[in-house]
Design a protein around this ligand. Structure first.
Ligand code: ZN
Ligand code: ZN
Length: 291
């Protein structure tokens, strides 16, 4: 086996894989499956979801269910990964949960995805770790196949790209919910901020305060410097007739609610109320044991 690394080939494969895996998460898992912010022909949906899946993102049903719960319960004790409930837990601790908490139920909250036999096949059901194991086994089997067909260099570049891309949504969950890392354009009732370097790493997903203000919008970047490559990809697919997009919210683009980094922030009281309501929900005996 020739162990000399061809840096040009390695960098090219790594870059292409990095882009495909990232768009798999942003275009596939997030804006399409979790938010249904646009409609897409099925082969393209499966292609991008596969690109995300091969970045060790786990079951699409699980991913979308958790993400929808994040938006529903943002920055309260019911949020699956709010930094308010512990930075390390928000970064990766929540991945160790064996089961969904009582207030998160894919059967009622992600019925649209459960109907899809492919997504059911990739899901571990109530045993969340089973879903993660299937995802990791598939990810490593894919690299083994690349090794057999194209050699170790291509397999290694692909594996490193997949493992790096796997980290980016985990960083985003923390960084984009901490005030010191960005600015707020919209006075949402959560801690979300827009962060340029997260946006650069995640093809536009770092405009997270915009996203929390307009979660159903396929576009996240609004101001001239908020570059959003995932939106560019969606718009290009729309031109080709592969994607149907409802209008981008006018308020997002007009910046009517946008006051830059000095946005007046009275969310403290609202967040405190949300947290109190979520804590009361957690104590309700009706929730325990029922899913
Ligand atoms: Zn968020
Ligand atoms: Zn979202």
């Amino acid at each position: 086996m020739n162990l000399n690394l061809n840096w040009i080939e390695f960098t090219a494969v790594f870059s292409v894989m990095f882009l495909l895996h990232t768009f798999g998460i942003t275009f596939g898992y997030h804006r399409l499956l979790s938010h249904r912010s646009f409609k897409c022909i099925k082969p393209l949906e499966y292609f991008f979801v596969l690109c995300g899946y091969l970045a060790f993102e786990g079951s699409p049903i699980w991913w979308a269910t958790i993400h929808r719960a994040h938006h529903r319960h943002h920055d309260t004790p019911l949020d699956p990964h709010s930094p308010r409930n512990g930075i390390l837990y928000a970064h990766f601790g929540w991945l160790g949960e064996k089961r969904y908490p009582d207030h998160i139920d894919p059967i009622t909250q992600s019925q649209d995805l459960i109907k899809d036999p492919i997504y059911r096949l990739l899901d571990g059901g109530d045993d969340l770790r089973r879903g993660h194991h299937i995802s990791f086994a598939t990810g490593f089997a894919f690299r083994a196949l690349l090794w057999a067909v194209f050699g170790w260099q291509v397999a290694l570049a692909s594996l490193l790209a997949g493992l790096l891309v796997m980290q980016t949504p985990l960083w985003l969950n923390v960084v984009c919910h901490l005030r010191q890392f960005g600015y707020r354009s919209f006075a949402t009732t959560d801690d979300s901020v827009n962060c340029w370097w997260v946006a650069a790493l995640t093809m536009g997903e770092g405009w997270h305060n915009n996203h929390h203000a307009f979660p159903g919008s396929p576009r996240m970047g609004a101001r001239w410097f908020e570059v959003d490559p995932t939106w560019m990809l969606i718009a290009a697919c729309k031109k080709l007739g592969w994607v149907t997009v409802a209008n981008v919210p006018e308020k997002l683009m007009s910046g009517r609610a946008c006051k830059g980094s000095s946005v007046k922030d009275d969310r403290g009281l609202v967040i405190a109320q949300n947290i109190a309501a979520a804590a009361a929900e957690l104590k309700k005996p009706a929730l325990s044991g029922s899913r």
